[in-house]
Design a protein around this ligand. Sequence first.
Ligand SMILES: NC(=O)c1ccc[n+]([C@@H]2O[C@H](COP(=O)([O-])OP(=O)(O)OC[C@H]3O[C@@H](n4cnc5c(N)ncnc54)[C@H](OP(=O)(O)O)[C@@H]3O)[C@@H](O)[C@H]2O)c1
Length: 248
Amino acid sequence: MADGRRGVALVTGGSRGIGAAASVALAADGWDVGVNYRTRADDAAQVVKACEQLGRRAIAVQADVVEADQIERLFDTVTAELGPIGAVINNAGIVTPAARVAEYDAARLEQVFRVNSVSAFLVAGAAVRRMSTASGGAGGVIVNISSRAAVLGSAGEYVDYAASKAAVDALTIGLANEVATEGIRVLGVRPGLIETEIHAPGRLERIGATPPLGRPGRAEEVAEVIAFLVSDRSSYMTGSSVDVAGGR
Ligand SMILES: NC(=O)c1ccc[n+]([C@@H]2O[C@H](COP(=O)([O-])OP(=O)(O)OC[C@H]3O[C@@H](n4cnc5c(N)ncnc54)[C@H](OP(=O)(O)O)[C@@H]3O)[C@@H](O)[C@H]2O)c1
């Protein structure tokens, strides 16, 4: 443990994309990793294998992070099998199909806010209850995965998704201030266009070259920033969100 803080990390939505890359980057940095997934057990098992090949312990845990009881089971399982959790990557998320605001119905809105916003609050709350030095915990770091969409608004595509991520940005600021004296730092990452399965077919091909850097990002490029934020190398940062968006 090079910086003395690395221990056990929990990554929600760790089976694919940015969460999978974050799990592997954290393992490479010396963390043992709880890899959460909702449906894709085989993908989560591959991520666990990649972490183990780096010499770390890792487990895959199925849980739907919109359900409070499943979040409790997720945290309890990771703690029982790997030890007290010192870092939580609040990453699980979905996008909605492209549509204009005037076309949204309540079911669509409830789903995107539930998966992206409500779950982020519930996961962060579960982390604070266990990490806070005010309740006997050892402190830690929470990294909330937002999106550049929260700032750009995503007109004509998914303004609801953008708004659900703006809620995550506010969570980062407010919670950071709430727990700053309890040993917990709270940070955000706002990825831009990153090559993962989250995009509708053809979207990356259509707009992937539009960021100033002229290409979409790779999940590993976001994961490096996450690994920095959970390490002591960012020890004087809390409440801020970092754009990883190729200038977009
Ligand atoms: N890719 C981008 O361009 C981009 C840009 C900005 C922000 N982001 C954000 O980055 C995060 C990761 O995105 P990604 O592109 O890596 O997505 P992805 O490739 O579609 O992966 C999504 C992950 O979230 C999990 N998941 C979804 N709903 C869940 C739930 N209810 N409970 C538990 N796990 C759940 C999935 O599990 P299963 O594999 O089991 O289905 C999967 O591991 C999201 O919050 C997304 O909004 C992505």
